[in-house]
Design a protein around this ligand. Sequence first.
Ligand SMILES: [Fe+2]
Length: 254
Amino acid sequence: MAKSIWITGDTHGDMTRFSSEIFSEQKEMDKSDVVIICGDFGGVWNWKGETKEERYWMDWLNRKPFTTCFVDGNHECFPRLSALAEEERYGAPCGIVRDSVLWLKRGYVYTINEKKIFTFGGASSHDISDGILDGNDPNWRQKAKRLEKQGRHLFRTEGINWWKEEIEQDPSIYARGLASLAAVENSVDMIVTHCAATSTQAVLGMMQKDRMTDYLQTIHDTVSFQYWFFGHYHMNRTALPHEYCLYEQIVRAA
Ligand SMILES: [Fe+2]
């Protein structure tokens, strides 16, 4: 095949969709073929460090006959992602999980197989309506148990399975995104994000806008793109012409 680009939605640490039985196109692939995951990768997840299971799956992906790239979602271990070694790949800095398992960071335009691809991961979690516990609180485990007993399961614990960096906190990163786009005259082949622009997610029935969806709205209104792929909403659906929400589906984009 060589130099193809494939996109899929949230993997949440479960890489089985990339088995050769399910994703059989890989039989024709080499490392120049790229698969991009639209966030909630979940392969760098455990707050204590790489588990045996994570090591197994990251090594497994690294041995695959394609390169795996991902933008970050809202469910990633952000301190571990930020601690990854950084290398210039596809014309911009990537976090290196393995030699061919790469984190595409927020606010860069990567040139992958001659396609200009703007990436900006992150999103607000929708599964935290029972609150956020403080992982530095010595009693967080008891508090978590109490919530569970009350049948309140929609909570997360900061520093354990939730980080405020799920939404970009640093204004300079937002600015970097706009500058990267301006440098390519606000015209790219693809945009890959975790959440969608405010108006696009409204089409999917999601009305909860935030700083990040509003930022993406600005990009939506000012940048020309052939395709915009995003994950987060756990559905496979064309939201608008040229804008696709992906979950388990793996689609060929180039
Ligand atoms: Fe997800």
